[in-house]
Design a protein around this ligand. Structure first.
Ligand SMILES: C[S@@+](CC[C@H](N)C(=O)[O-])C[C@H]1O[C@@H](n2cnc3c(N)ncnc32)[C@H](O)[C@@H]1O
Length: 220
């Protein structure tokens, strides 16, 4: 049964569970989705000295997502994306190496590309120090690039410093560039775990309609 996208959720910071938000979105209406899950295992793997106690405090206090929850988000994103629409999934190096494809088994989404985000800022790490994150690019069937991916000068390593408004703020200019490449003005762009709302900022700068929210950040 088709659900009616609740118009009052557009272009605002919704404090809402991402699955509830997704449930209110019509099937095959979203052109582009960004998903930046609050991974659970990562905090343990990236722990550096007493990071979990002090440096990681802001991060570890965020609501984390279990794999089952992440799969539910991905299945719903699969439902709301238009055919040939894109999902940009943020991952850390551990998920990149261990693989995320089992989360996509029951979807029409296929891995089509990868961008490395160079934060231009050295972070912490038990062995090497973190300086990058990764954006895995999925496309819903049918897979095609012609007329759907409109920019051909985006490098697969992208350097951008962010001003943090959230412990996991993502680069606005990169997200803006990807939105411009894969959607048109007034298209709907989704971010169901929006944190500091970097995707909303990217939508304002590109005249796209944003639908997104966060369980902890936003307005009721
Ligand atoms: C990695 S952060 C997102 C950062 C964001 N991309 C940015 O640029 O600021 C993940 C967010 O997911 C949120 N979150 C966790 N569980 C959620 C849920 N069930 N529904 C919506 N948001 C959730 C957390 O509160 C956290 O802010």
């Amino acid at each position: 049964m088709a659900v009616q996208t609740v118009k009052s959720l557009f272009n605002r910071k919704n404090k809402i569970d991402g699955l509830t938000l997704l449930n209110s979105i019509d099937t095959e209406t979203v052109k582009v989705a960004f998903f930046d899950p609050q991974y659970r295992g990562v905090l343990d793997k990236l722990s550096y000295g007493n990071e979990g106690v002090s440096r990681g405090k802001a991060r570890s206090s965020l609501t984390q997502m279990e794999p089952d929850t992440i799969i539910k988000f991905i299945n719903e994103i699969n439902r709301v994306l238009v055919p040939s629409g894109h999902l940009f999934l943020w991952v850390d190096k551990f998920h990149l190496c261990q693989g995320v494809l089992e989360w996509f088994l029951n979807t029409d989404l296929n891995l089509v590309d990868l961008i490395t985000w160079d934060k231009d800022k050295i972070g912490m790490g038990y062995r090497t120090r973190r300086k990058s994150e990764y954006l895995i690019i999925f496309q819903k069937k049918p897979i095609r690039a012609k007329d759907v991916w409109k920019s051909h000068n985006i490098p697969d390593v992208w350097t951008e410093k962010v001003i943090k408004v959230h412990p996991h703020s993502k680069p606005i200019k990169l997200q803006e560039t990807l939105i411009l490449a894969t959607s048109d003005e007034n298209d709907i762009i989704l971010d169901p775990a929006a944190g500091g709302y970097s995707v909303f900022e990217a939508c304002k700068n590109t005249n796209r309609n944003f639908i997104g929210g966060d369980i902890e950040y936003g307005e009721d």
